[in-house]
Design a protein. Structure first.
Length: 465
């Protein structure tokens, strides 16, 4: 583990005001995330993303694509099918081994993950864990496959069973050959993909942290075998710095190398990037050195040659693979948790999401002070200009303080206020969500000023607090 990420003790860890309940309630109140199918009483651990949730998650994914595609020239993109040939899952080992140990309680009839009993609550005494009371009567653990099964075609017959992918990675291995041919890449190079994955998790919960349907951001980096160790270190460093560059406080994120018992059978090294959620340190992203396991398995099951042949030297080899695999929903949750803050303005408590401006769903709000005297017309003109550049919102209803509070809660970094002076000298105030500074800016310079601020280096104001 690189030294610079050794955990730094900090006061902010102890004094953070955030809790999971506060995030869930803000997410619902402000239209980030709703429990799914609510009119039918809800479907456990299934969520719908509302307007601001879509914008925020899109920004998270956008920054991931940016780091993978735009800032480098050795990675290409893919969007593969969710339903793939069922042999995929035989070759990958998921059919035989993608299981969690399941136990039933004969007394309360609930099911638990045998390896996570200390995180579960007993059905009769929620203050206890399963197995902790004399009434608990747990069965032996048995393996439960997490893949969702369905059928293709109108008739359920032999051979029609398929699976919803439990990870996006396999779609990348299935396309390895296509990419060697069309992309003119040679190892070391990567293929990146974002998409939905499905796991019939035994225990879900903690809001969008663990759900049965979620989005993954995965990249498989194919390297000459002798270089695998070096590239593994490279990706640990790259991915850690991605999280902190987007504002995650460095004392809330850490690398945890897997010990030997925890390693997957195919992996020679794996480290998890963990975030200090209100539920404790938990995985955000896994970075694994998968060796040549996947390509060899798919070569064997498909009968195809999945190897790189150097046209000049004639050398041929099966590349090794380094995989950074992150969850987009979990990432969004971490960014919201890390950003959540409360402070006091003029004796009133304010809730504010101190999101990195690049992640904020809305970058700027345009607010006429009053709904008369030509202010709404001038504000509308500014709004039309700004929305050409960045995600902008116009709001003219209600007291200005209330409108600021609303924007603070959705994490909008800047608000433009149009007042009587604006009509005289064509200047407006530009309010900063975090410092609350209000600068007078000429309307003609507003767009460029906002773009300049958006590009500026940023660190969480919670670090100073
Ligand atoms: P966990 O140990 O939390 O079950 P995992 O090690 O099985 O996760 P991976 O297979 O490495 O997860 O998947 C990569 C990433 O996908 C995880 O780091 C996480 O961010 C995300 N992820 C995995 N399962 C879920 C889920 N059920 N809900 C939301 N995100 C998930």
């Amino acid at each position: 583990m690189p030294n610079c990420w050794a955990q730094i003790p900090s006061a902010s860890v102890e004094t953070d005001v955030v809790s999971m309940d506060k995030i869930v309630s803000l997410a619902k109140r402000r239209g980030f995330v709703f429990p799914s199918s609510e009119i039918y009483g809800g479907l456990g651990s299934s969520y719908d993303y509302g307007h601001y949730g879509v914008l925020l998650k899109n920004n998270v994914k956008g920054q991931w694509w940016r780091a993978m595609l735009q800032e480098r020239d050795d990675i290409v993109a893919l969007d593969s099918a969710i339903i793939q040939h069922p042999e995929t899952w035989r070759a990958s080992g998921h059919l035989a081994g993608f299981t969690d140990p399941l136990v039933d309680c004969r007394t309360c009839k609930l099911r638990f993950r045998a390896d996570k009993l200390d995180e579960a609550q007993c059905g009769r005494k929620p203050s206890k864990h399963p197995g902790e009371t004399p009434d608990c009567d747990l069965t032996e653990a048995r393996d439960f496959n997490l893949m969702f099964e369905t059928t293709v075609g109108p008739v359920k017959e032999e051979g029609s069973t398929v699976y919803l992918r439990p990870e996006t990675a396999q779609g990348i291995f299935l396309n390895f050959k296509n990419y060697l041919q069309f992309s003119r890449k040679r190892p070391p190079f990567g293929i990146a993909q974002i998409g939905k994955s499905f796991r019939n998790e035994i225990t879900t919960g903690n809001f969008i942290f663990r759900t049965r349907e979620f989005e993954q951001m995965e990249m498989e980096f194919f390297v000459p075998p002798p270089e695998a160790g070096r590239w593994f270190e490279h990706w640990l460093e790259q991915r850690m710095s991605w999280w902190t560059r987007l504002g995650i406080r460095p004392d809330h994120v850490r690398l945890r190398p897997h010990d030997t018992e925890e390693l997957s059978h195919y992996s020679s090294a794996t480290s998890d990037i963990e975030y200090l959620f209100p539920i404790g340190w938990s995985e955000l992203e896994g970075i694994a050195n998968r060796g040549d396991f996947d390509l060899r398995q798919h070569a064997e099951y498909s009968g195809q040659k999945l190897e790189y042949v150097d046209t000049v030297s004639g050398d041929r080899y099966v590349p090794h693979v380094i995989e950074p695999a992150a969850g987009a929903d979990r990432a969004m949750l971490a960014f919201m948790v890390d950003a959540y803050d409360e402070d006091e303005i003029e004796g009133e408590t304010r809730t504010v999401l101190r999101l990195h401006p690049l992640l904020a769903p809305v970058k700027v709000a345009v607010l006429p002070l009053v709904r008369k005297d030509g202010q709404p017309e001038l504000a509308a003109e500014i709004y039309r200009d700004l929305r050409e550049r960045v995600q902008t919102e116009y709001d003219e209803g209600g007291a200005i303080g209330r409108r600021y509070r609303r924007q603070d809660e959705i994490g909008t970094p800047w608000a433009v206020t149009i007042d009587h002076q604006s009509l005289e000298d064509r200047t407006v105030t530009l309010r900063d969500r975090d410092s609350l500074a209000q600068d007078r800016v000429p309307i003609g310079e507003l767009g460029e000023e906002i773009e300049r601020r958006l590009r500026a280096a940023w660190q969480s104001p919670k670090l100073q607090g």
